[in-house]
Design a protein around this ligand. Structure first.
Ligand code: PNS
Length: 159
């Protein structure tokens, strides 16, 4: 039985993340999706509880996926949930540098290894930061995020 941890900021979760979770759910027995704090990204739009509530809605159709949130080191969460691997998605070469560094740091401070999965090219432009910005300025992001997120963004940015 292989259990993997898919961590991220998920502020908010978008269709590129959904693809990663659906792929992981096919490849592995169990997937734990976890909203964590990325200290480099500041406070964000949604708090951890809100992000996790959205993750719950988005992945309730997948029987082998559970969600959680955590305010600490991803390697500590990996050990807490008994994850065999951390999964990270790569959209482009630009992601690789920072993801490699995080994977190496996590491997230096724990036993957990990181596996990278490529994102489909048609979704490689998706980024939560850009989705927040476009939604805040009134653009249509409904094709880029699950319906629950689209509604929540509209609610948050309603004037
Ligand atoms: O979606 P993101 O912002 O690329 O996800 C990054 C995240 C949240 C996975 C990363 O910042 C993280 O692991 N944060 C938890 C704190 C931690 O373990 N930091 C050390 C990383 S080497």
């Amino acid at each position: 039985m292989t259990r993997v941890l898919y961590p991220g900021s998920f502020d908010p979760v978008h269709n590129g993340h959904v693809e990663m979770v659906e792929t992981s759910a096919r490849l592995f027995d169990e997937v734990v999706v976890a909203a964590l704090i990325n200290p480099a990204k500041g406070d964000g739009l949604f708090d951890l509880a809100e992000r996790m509530a959205l993750l719950d809605e988005c992945f309730e159709h997948l029987g082998n996926v559970t969600t959680t949130s955590f305010d600490g080191l991803v390697v500590d969460l990996a050990s807490e949930v008994g994850a065999d691997f951390i999964i990270k998605g790569l959209r482009a070469v630009s992601d690789f540098e920072s993801e490699l560094q995080m994977a190496q740091m996590n491997s230096a401070i724990s036993e957990v290894e990181t596996l990278f999965l490529p994102t489909a090219s048609r979704r490689s432009f998706l980024a939560s930061r850009l989705i927040r910005e476009v939604a805040r300025l009134g653009g249509d992001v409904s094709s880029m995020v699950p319906d629950a997120v689209s509604l929540r963004l509209a609610d948050r940015y309603a004037s």
